[in-house]
Design a protein around this ligand. Structure first.
Ligand code: FES
Length: 572
């Protein structure tokens, strides 16, 4: 379909014959752009999170060239622009502190510029939700292109997975069972190509979620970063972005409640990261789509984990791609999905599923032989988490899913680091480790520290898992019986703040229960003594963040950023 240049948003910049139009075109011509580029071609922004400080996204400039080719082939006008990049492995204190800032920058960059549609180039964990959140608040035709995962890491015939292999190594080292040679090999051999984590961590989960939501092409999640088919996907997405503008298919046309429901079900089947809960709830909040923790439990509860990938299983993303990727998984659970939904490449989800093939049933298990019976996120409630907490049962030890233990309490991340390996720490394997004040406000950004390392003296006994509870998050590549995102968080006055050393805590995942076994009168007494901490930041981004961030169950967005503000500049 030919574009109607009068309808194009970009023409309100470039289509003005004299006056402001002259300036708009003239300066752009310093890039060698011929005049006909400004005469009614859909302008497609390529929103790029490339950065050498984000190694998972360091190949995105090259990928952007393929998007660009596709846009040109379809008669569009591609314009690449950078936004803040969030590198999981280098940024401190945590990239999550900046996800909402990235979303704000994306939103304002898109709205302020002469763009008709956008291709969102992302990869490392927070870059995906940050871009989609920002784009959703503008609601132009948009399509996600992920950078793709790294190739498998190898040590001999043993697969090495980003994050997961490191966590195992650190635990072995703490128990005195890892040599310098092992460290050196795992460090070098795990990250052997461009791309994001090769496990089903948060990056792969979010790339898959975009695919399941229908805002990215099929195989967006699994195609390795360096595979030629990733470039093809980028090129096709560039072409399609032009069509989306011509057909006026905006993000809101795809991201409806049924699409989120499909994504939640799919997250269960892939054993996806707990971080998906926070990110999808935040994205839904940008479009006023109702979505809450109950949806995660109700829809994900009975979904078996079919994907045999680390951290829940044995294989890696390259294997997943060879096995058929996300379409093959979604085909296995087809009867639990709404296959009638529109998808970004055109047509319906059912058409993707018709073409799917599960080529390696050991990697993508049939529903009759799942990797774990429950892959979804379980949402816990009780006096310790009145607004909910999450656990990933597929990454937990089955024998700990129902557990009662004595609380060993750490007041903060600093307190944890100072005392966890104190030989005098009164702890045994049956205790419940509790970490306070690491939620969105308490440790701004809610760092991925919920999977606290066990004390060395316990690791030396061979124990590798204990029940751990916090208001923090956990890396998508991590594992263990770890209760996360407790809401309200301790620093917002949640019951978690009232837990004291020696209290008894009951966890029962089957019953979705998280209970602090302390009489209500005693909790009231403790609550009276508790004081809301002042925002320790009196200036800068952190002040705004702590003052306005919402709790984890609502997506940890800033309260004033929720909702869709559209693409019209709000003042002129
Ligand atoms: Fe970037 Fe895992 S560290 S994707």
């Amino acid at each position: 379909m030919a574009s109607d240049s009068k309808r194009l948003r970009s023409q309100t910049w470039f289509g003005i014959k004299r006056g402001r139009g002259v300036g708009a075109r003239s300066f752009m011509k310093n890039q060698g752009l011929p005049h006909d580029m400004f005469e009614g071609k859909p302008v497609i922004g390529i929103c790029n999170t490339w950065s050498q400080l984000t190694p998972c996204n360091a190949h995105l400039r090259e990928l952007a060239q393929h998007v660009r080719e596709g846009v040109l082939e379809a008669g569009g006008f591609p314009l690449e622009f950078p936004v803040m990049s969030l590198g999981e492995t280098l940024m401190r204190p945590t990239t999550m502190l900046y996800r909402n800032l990235l979303a704000m920058e994306v939103e304002e960059s898109i709205r302020a510029n002469p763009l008709d549609g956008v291709v969102l180039l992302c990869g490392c964990d927070k870059t995906t939700p940050g871009l989609v959140m920002g784009a959703a608040s503008v609601d132009l035709p948009s399509i996600v292109v992920s950078g793709g995962p790294m190739l498998n890491g190898w040590s001999g015939t043993t697969r090495l997975g980003n994050g997961t292999s490191f966590f195992k190594l650190h635990a072995n080292a703490a128990a005195g069972e890892a040599s310098d040679e092992e460290y050196a090999e795992i460090e070098s051999a795990t990250s052997r190509s461009a791309g994001s984590c090769n496990t089903m961590g948060t990056a792969s989960t979010m790339a898959s979620m975009c695919e399941a939501l229908g805002v990215a092409f099929p195989q967006n999640g699994a195609t390795p970063a360096v595979d030629s088919r990733r470039r093809e996907l980028a090129r096709l997405s560039g072409r399609r972005a032009v069509d989306l503008v011509n057909e006026d298919i905006r993000l809101s046309a795809l991201l409806n409640r049924d699409a989120f429901k499909n994504a939640i079900v799919t997250n269960g089947a892939i054993g996806g990261s707990t971080n998906a809960v926070v990110h999808l709830n935040a994205i839904a909040g940008r479009l006023d789509v109702p979505l809450d923790l109950e949806d995660w439990d109700a829809l994900g509860r009975d979904i078996p984990c079919l994907v045999n990938l680390m951290p829940s299983g044995e294989y890696l993303m390259e294997d997943f791609f060879n096995a058929g990727g996300l379409p093959a998984v979604m085909a296995e659970i087809r009867d639990k999905l709404n296959a009638d939904l529109q998808v970004v490449e055109g047509g319906r989800l059912s058409q993707r599923l018709d073409q799917a093939r599960n080529r390696i049933p050991e990697v993508i298990r049939p529903i009759s032989n799942p990797v774990k019976p429950h892959g979804g996120i379980a949402v816990l409630r009780g006096n310790l988490a009145p607004n909910g907490a999450v656990i990933k049962p597929s990454a937990a030890s089955p024998d700990l899913l129902s557990h009662r233990g004595r609380a060993v309490v750490f007041k903060s991340l600093i307190d944890f680091r100072e005392r966890v390996n104190d030989p005098a720490l009164d702890i045994d394997a049956d205790c419940v480790m509790v970490l306070q004040n690491c939620g969105p406000k308490g440790n701004p950004g809610m760092p991925e520290v919920g999977n606290m390392e066990l004390p060395q003296k316990i690791l030396k006994t061979g124990v590798r898992d204990m029940v751990r509870i916090s208001d923090a998050r956990m890396s998508g590549t991590a594992f263990g019986t770890v209760v996360l995102h407790v809401a309200p968080e301790a620093s917002a006055g949640g019951t978690l703040a009232l837990v004291e050393e020696g209290d008894m805590i009951e966890l029962n995942v089957e019953e979705r229960r998280l209970h602090l076994d302390v009489p209500e009168e005693e909790l009231d007494r403790r609550r009276e003594k508790w004081r809301l901490p002042e925002n320790p930041f009196q200036s800068g981004w952190e002040k705004l963040y702590v003052d306005t961030v919402e709790q984890a169950d609502a997506g940890a967005d800033l309260d004033f950023l929720k909702g869709c503000r559209g693409s019209d500049p709000r003042y002129r």
